[in-house]
Design a protein around this ligand. Structure first.
Ligand SMILES: NC(=O)c1ccc[n+]([C@@H]2O[C@H](COP(=O)([O-])OP(=O)(O)OC[C@H]3O[C@@H](n4cnc5c(N)ncnc54)[C@H](OP(=O)(O)O)[C@@H]3O)[C@@H](O)[C@H]2O)c1
Length: 327
């Protein structure tokens, strides 16, 4: 088969379509002919050699894909050749074929295209895990979502709304209107506003019950300020740097804050199996009734993968960047 491979750690020009061995379907797996995959920020880090795949996972990039089942492995039930599916992957989505555990599959409802479906698994399951499994978001609570225009951010806004919570986001000003259309109650331009002050203003001084943070570094002190009593902070990335300079822990104690971090990719197969099963029952039906939807910013043919990576690196997207692969 053909796959996009990284010639040497470095910039986007290192991405090339090359011939690699076909994957072999193991017990409990299916073989999928991939129609589309989608970019994630982690792909850029992996391309640069800064985020190696977990042990036993292919070097091929791609944390999600949508396509058609073409072979069923031993012991798989509930799926047939010809089913259209999407799946969360540890890697390997930037390829024509993928062997994937049937536990990771989500069957596409009618009228959900491959390009839209490929944009769902990583962003939505990450947001689902952070909001529900880790933060325990409750109806009526307020959640501050940083990087609101990211793939994960656009998913989190919708899942927060679905849960009856109130999403507030930070994003570049130019990206605010679509985020309001998705359900963000307030959009804060972090470049010109103090987001902690804006959150306190929006919540009549109470603060946000939950913060999803992707920025790290300088945001920690302001996140502490923005959080309400018994607030929960989930750290998902450090786009602004991983180091924190001197900061007072007093708010952590005074407000009884909980500070957690997570990475989805490195979770055990058992954890992911349960997470996807819960997502399948609690969230997946809402894609069929269209109460939630993937936000697709742009679609590139996979021959143009380098341009797609450069576009993400320029922080130009609102939602997901999709690559089309098969017919
Ligand atoms: N921990 C996990 O399990 C997990 C899973 C999936 C993704 N993630 C992380 O979640 C983040 C979002 O991923 P994605 O693929 O959805 O990203 P994405 O679509 O590339 O969006 C990232 C957005 O973040 C904003 N941003 C970038 N650098 C920033 C900075 N220094 N300060 C403030 N905002 C900044 C930009 O929007 P503006 O124009 O608004 O600045 C940018 O468009 C990434 O950091 C990714 O690594 C974590």
């Amino acid at each position: 088969m053909k796959a996009i491979t990284v010639q040497a750690p470095g910039d986007a020009s290192q991405l090339q379509i090359t011939e690699v061995p076909d994957p072999v379907v193991g017990p409990g797996q299916v073989l999928v002919y991939v129609a589309a995959t989608a970019l994630n920020r982690a792909d850029i880090l992996q391309r640069e050699g800064k985020y190696p795949p977990p042990p036993g996972v292919t070097e091929i990039l791609g944390l999600e894909m949508a396509g058609t089942v073409i072979e069923i492995g031993e012991g798989v039930s509930g799926f047939e050749v010809g089913d259209n599916v999407c799946a969360l992957l540890g890697g390997g989505g930037y390829a024509q074929l993928i062997a994937v555990s049937a536990d990771m599959l989500l069957k596409l409802p009618e009228r959900l295209s491959f390009t839209k479906a490929a944009a769902i698994p990583e962003a939505f399951i990450t947001a689902f895990q952070a909001l529900h499994k880790i933060a325990g978001l409750q109806k009526g609570e307020t959640v501050l979502i940083h990087a609101g225009a990211s793939g994960v951010g656009t998913a989190a806004i919708q899942l927060a709304k679905l849960a009856g919570a109130v999403p507030i986001v930070t994003a570049s000003g130019i990206k605010h209107q679509p985020l309001q259309d998705l359900g963000a109650q307030r959009c804060i331009d972090y470049r010109s506003e103090d987001f902690a002050e804006a959150v306190l203003d929006e919540t009549q001084g109470k603060g946000a019950n939950v913060v999803l943070d992707f920025v790290g570094g300088s945001y920690l002190e302001k996140n502490f300020r923005a959080l309400a009593l018994d607030g929960r902070l989930v750290s998902l990335a450090a786009l602004g740097g991983a180091r924190v300079e001197s900061i007072s822990l007093a708010p952590l104690l005074r407000k009884r804050l909980q500070l957690t971090g997570t990475t989805l990719r490195s979770r055990s197969p058992e954890y992911k199996r349960q997470l996807v099963a819960d997502f399948r029952t609690q969230i997946w039906p809402h894609f069929a009734d269209r109460s939630v939807r993937p936000v697709v910013d742009s679609i590139y043919d996979w021959e143009l993968v380098a341009d797609a990576h450069r576009y993400m690196e320029a922080n130009a997207n609102i939602g997901k960047i999709v690559l089309t692969i098969g017919e």
